[in-house]
Design a protein around this ligand. Structure first.
Ligand SMILES: C[S@@+](CC[C@H](N)C(=O)[O-])C[C@H]1O[C@@H](n2cnc3c(N)ncnc32)[C@H](O)[C@@H]1O
Length: 242
């Protein structure tokens, strides 16, 4: 038996962001599936809260181990990632084949931003649809009561790893995600609107001239982590001449 259908559902940062459209879809699902990363997985707990709020069974799949041995060369690293990805795919497939029915994949934020669910479900080769959720950049903008760009101007969404290359390519108004330990040296005269753990335990907000607030952000990030046991942060960074 194969799952009749998969529904990829963005649920924002928790039950408070579940839209009526996603709530109705959840009501039609037979179960939801989620991976557990490690023993304490805050994102799994958020999925559990959504499932409890909407009376959907949650099937938890342990994230397959990935070879994280130090000193892997590039091809060994790529091989380890490919093996891990294939094992995760097989774990999903086993649940779908075993249970059939309609299965929800609950996506943190919105499935269109830095999330692999659509890609992985495509590979499962089952019919699926996607419903949007509230993304972290939207919550950031709302909390700071700002528009993400100046009137009629663009906003560039990127990762911390790409930040300097994107700025070298003349981007001047950037939403920066996947920010573990970002280095803002050289951006002292830029303006930042930063947020951590938005919509959840330990939420923190800081804004101002980078040179004035960089230390405040570091402290706020540490405080968010101490309060919640985890931290996720992102920011809008705007150049003086944007
Ligand atoms: C893997 S991406 C997933 C993004 C998600 N699909 C979305 O729509 O927001 C995770 C990154 O999004 C940002 N993020 C997600 N949730 C957040 C939150 N509640 N507070 C602050 N940043 C968050 C962080 O930059 C984090 O590293």
């Amino acid at each position: 038996m194969t799952a009749a259908r998969v529904r990829i559902l963005g649920f924002g940062m928790g039950p408070q962001h579940v839209t009526p459209e996603v709530a109705a879809a959840l009501g039609e699902c037979d179960y939801a599936i989620a991976v557990q990363k490690g023993d304490e997985d805050a994102l799994l707990e958020a999925r559990r809260a959504v499932c409890e709020a909407y009376g959907v069974e949650l099937v938890v799949v342990r994230d397959p181990e990935r070879d994280r041995s130090p000193g892997l060369d590039r091809s060994a690293y790529e091989g380890a990632v490919a093996d891990w990805y294939a094992a995760r795919l097989a774990a999903y497939r086993a649940v779908l084949d075993g249970r059939g029915g309609t299965c929800a994949f609950l996506v943190w934020g919105d499935p269109s931003l830095y999330d692999g669910t659509i890609r992985i479900v495509r590979e499962l080769d089952v019919p699926f649809d996607v419903l949007p959720g509230v993304s972290a950049p939207q919550v950031l903008a709302a909390r700071h009561r700002i528009v993400l760009h100046e009137v009629g101007q663009p906003v560039h969404v990127t990762t911390a790893r790409r930040l300097r290359a994107d700025v070298a390519a003349r981007q001047r108004n950037l939403v920066v995600m996947l920010t573990a330990g970002v280095d803002l040296e050289g951006f002292e005269d830029w303006t930042i609107w930063w947020g951590a753990n938005l919509g959840g335990v330990g939420e923190r907000l800081v804004s101002g001239r980078v040179g004035d607030v960089v230390g405040v952000i570091e402290d706020a990030r540490a405080a968010a982590k101490a309060e919640a046991g985890w931290v996720m942060d992102l920011f809008l960074l705007r150049g003086p001449e944007a």
